[in-house]
Design a protein around this ligand. Structure first.
Ligand code: ATP
Length: 144
Protein backbone atom coordinates (compact mmCIF):
# COMPACT_ATOMS: atom_id res chain seq x y z
CA UNK A 1 0.00 0.00 0.00
CA UNK A 2 1.33 3.39 -0.97
CA UNK A 3 1.69 5.56 2.07
CA UNK A 4 2.60 9.18 1.40
CA UNK A 5 1.24 11.73 -1.01
CA UNK A 6 3.87 13.36 -3.20
CA UNK A 7 3.00 16.64 -4.90
CA UNK A 8 5.57 18.20 -7.21
CA UNK A 9 4.59 21.68 -8.32
CA UNK A 10 6.30 24.30 -10.46
CA UNK A 11 5.18 27.81 -11.26
CA UNK A 12 3.96 26.39 -14.57
CA UNK A 13 2.14 23.23 -13.61
CA UNK A 14 1.46 20.30 -11.32
CA UNK A 15 4.10 17.80 -12.39
CA UNK A 16 3.15 14.90 -10.13
CA UNK A 17 0.51 14.17 -7.51
CA UNK A 18 0.22 10.54 -6.41
CA UNK A 19 0.65 8.28 -3.40
CA UNK A 20 4.13 6.80 -3.17
CA UNK A 21 6.15 4.62 -0.78
CA UNK A 22 9.46 6.47 -0.65
CA UNK A 23 10.93 9.76 -1.83
CA UNK A 24 14.67 10.42 -1.98
CA UNK A 25 15.22 14.12 -2.53
CA UNK A 26 18.35 16.22 -3.18
CA UNK A 27 18.24 18.37 -0.05
CA UNK A 28 20.58 21.31 0.21
CA UNK A 29 22.57 19.37 2.86
CA UNK A 30 22.52 16.08 0.99
CA UNK A 31 20.19 13.30 -0.04
CA UNK A 32 17.12 12.82 2.14
CA UNK A 33 15.05 9.65 2.27
CA UNK A 34 11.44 10.27 3.23
CA UNK A 35 9.13 7.46 4.27
CA UNK A 36 5.52 7.76 5.47
CA UNK A 37 5.21 9.33 8.94
CA UNK A 38 8.45 11.25 8.56
CA UNK A 39 8.90 14.11 11.01
CA UNK A 40 7.71 17.45 9.61
CA UNK A 41 10.42 19.60 8.04
CA UNK A 42 11.11 22.23 5.42
CA UNK A 43 14.31 22.50 3.44
CA UNK A 44 15.72 23.90 0.26
CA UNK A 45 16.54 21.58 -2.60
CA UNK A 46 19.62 21.62 -4.74
CA UNK A 47 19.50 20.67 -8.41
CA UNK A 48 19.49 16.91 -8.61
CA UNK A 49 17.60 13.70 -9.01
CA UNK A 50 14.41 13.05 -7.10
CA UNK A 51 13.86 9.32 -6.78
CA UNK A 52 10.41 7.87 -6.14
CA UNK A 53 9.41 4.34 -5.20
CA UNK A 54 5.83 3.46 -5.95
CA UNK A 55 4.33 -0.03 -5.77
CA UNK A 56 7.72 -1.70 -5.98
CA UNK A 57 8.91 0.35 -8.95
CA UNK A 58 11.38 3.20 -8.91
CA UNK A 59 11.57 6.18 -11.18
CA UNK A 60 13.30 9.54 -11.16
CA UNK A 61 12.62 13.16 -11.92
CA UNK A 62 15.09 15.94 -12.54
CA UNK A 63 14.57 18.93 -10.24
CA UNK A 64 16.53 22.13 -10.58
CA UNK A 65 16.13 23.42 -7.04
CA UNK A 66 13.30 24.76 -4.92
CA UNK A 67 11.73 23.82 -1.61
CA UNK A 68 10.60 20.64 0.04
CA UNK A 69 8.03 20.41 2.79
CA UNK A 70 7.42 17.17 4.65
CA UNK A 71 4.34 16.48 6.72
CA UNK A 72 3.50 13.04 8.09
CA UNK A 73 1.18 12.16 5.21
CA UNK A 74 2.45 14.49 2.50
CA UNK A 75 5.60 15.62 0.71
CA UNK A 76 5.34 18.84 -1.27
CA UNK A 77 8.06 19.89 -3.67
CA UNK A 78 7.92 23.45 -4.98
CA UNK A 79 10.44 23.16 -7.76
CA UNK A 80 12.06 25.79 -9.98
CA UNK A 81 11.67 23.20 -12.74
CA UNK A 82 10.92 19.50 -12.60
CA UNK A 83 10.65 16.92 -15.35
CA UNK A 84 9.74 13.27 -15.22
CA UNK A 85 12.45 11.23 -16.89
CA UNK A 86 10.19 10.39 -19.85
CA UNK A 87 9.51 14.09 -20.46
CA UNK A 88 13.16 15.06 -20.66
CA UNK A 89 14.28 16.10 -24.11
CA UNK A 90 17.82 14.70 -24.04
CA UNK A 91 18.86 16.48 -27.25
CA UNK A 92 17.82 19.81 -25.74
CA UNK A 93 19.75 19.05 -22.55
CA UNK A 94 22.79 18.04 -24.61
CA UNK A 95 22.60 21.33 -26.50
CA UNK A 96 22.29 23.25 -23.24
CA UNK A 97 25.33 21.38 -21.92
CA UNK A 98 27.46 22.17 -24.98
CA UNK A 99 26.34 25.79 -24.95
CA UNK A 100 27.28 26.14 -21.29
CA UNK A 101 30.63 24.39 -21.75
CA UNK A 102 31.50 26.67 -24.68
CA UNK A 103 30.64 29.74 -22.66
CA UNK A 104 32.61 28.53 -19.66
CA UNK A 105 35.67 28.11 -21.89
CA UNK A 106 35.53 31.84 -22.70
CA UNK A 107 35.77 34.93 -20.53
CA UNK A 108 32.85 35.57 -18.22
CA UNK A 109 32.31 37.90 -15.31
CA UNK A 110 31.51 36.34 -11.95
CA UNK A 111 27.74 36.65 -12.27
CA UNK A 112 27.66 35.15 -15.76
CA UNK A 113 30.02 32.40 -14.69
CA UNK A 114 27.68 31.39 -11.86
CA UNK A 115 24.67 31.55 -14.16
CA UNK A 116 26.29 29.42 -16.85
CA UNK A 117 27.58 26.91 -14.30
CA UNK A 118 24.04 26.56 -12.98
CA UNK A 119 22.78 25.97 -16.54
CA UNK A 120 25.48 23.33 -17.04
CA UNK A 121 24.47 21.62 -13.82
CA UNK A 122 20.79 21.55 -14.86
CA UNK A 123 21.68 20.03 -18.21
CA UNK A 124 23.88 17.34 -16.60
CA UNK A 125 21.11 16.35 -14.19
CA UNK A 126 18.60 16.09 -17.02
CA UNK A 127 21.00 13.97 -19.03
CA UNK A 128 21.70 11.73 -16.03
CA UNK A 129 18.02 11.18 -15.24
CA UNK A 130 17.15 10.54 -18.90
CA UNK A 131 20.08 8.12 -19.28
CA UNK A 132 19.13 6.23 -16.13
CA UNK A 133 15.64 5.71 -17.46
CA UNK A 134 16.98 4.55 -20.79
CA UNK A 135 19.18 1.99 -19.03
CA UNK A 136 16.32 0.77 -16.85
CA UNK A 137 14.18 0.26 -19.93
CA UNK A 138 16.75 -1.48 -22.08
CA UNK A 139 18.04 -3.68 -19.23
CA UNK A 140 21.52 -5.05 -18.56
CA UNK A 141 21.72 -7.26 -21.67
CA UNK A 142 22.09 -4.19 -23.93
CA UNK A 143 25.11 -2.96 -21.98
CA UNK A 144 27.46 -5.19 -24.03
P1 ATP B 1 17.30 25.42 -21.92
O1 ATP B 1 18.54 26.25 -22.11
O2 ATP B 1 17.27 24.20 -22.78
O3 ATP B 1 16.01 26.21 -21.95
P2 ATP B 1 17.30 25.62 -19.04
O4 ATP B 1 18.09 24.83 -18.04
O5 ATP B 1 17.67 27.04 -19.17
O6 ATP B 1 17.40 24.83 -20.42
P3 ATP B 1 15.03 25.90 -17.36
O7 ATP B 1 15.05 27.39 -17.22
O8 ATP B 1 15.58 25.09 -16.20
O9 ATP B 1 15.76 25.49 -18.73
O10 ATP B 1 13.55 25.40 -17.64
C1 ATP B 1 12.64 26.11 -18.46
C2 ATP B 1 11.49 25.18 -18.79
O11 ATP B 1 11.91 24.23 -19.76
C3 ATP B 1 10.98 24.36 -17.60
O12 ATP B 1 9.59 24.17 -17.77
C4 ATP B 1 11.71 23.03 -17.74
O13 ATP B 1 10.97 21.98 -17.15
C5 ATP B 1 11.80 22.91 -19.26
N1 ATP B 1 13.01 22.20 -19.72
C6 ATP B 1 14.27 22.67 -19.76
N2 ATP B 1 15.10 21.79 -20.33
C7 ATP B 1 14.36 20.71 -20.64
C8 ATP B 1 14.64 19.45 -21.25
N3 ATP B 1 15.87 19.11 -21.65
N4 ATP B 1 13.62 18.58 -21.41
C9 ATP B 1 12.38 18.89 -21.03
N5 ATP B 1 12.03 20.07 -20.46
C10 ATP B 1 13.01 20.98 -20.26
Amino acid sequence: MAGIRLDIVTAEHLVFSEDVDLVVAPGIDGEMAILPHHAPLMTMLQPGELLVRQEGKEFSLAVTGGFLEVRPDRVTVLADAAERAEDIDAARAEEAKLRAQERLAGRLDEADHARVEAALRRSLIRLRVAEKRRRRRTGPQSAQ
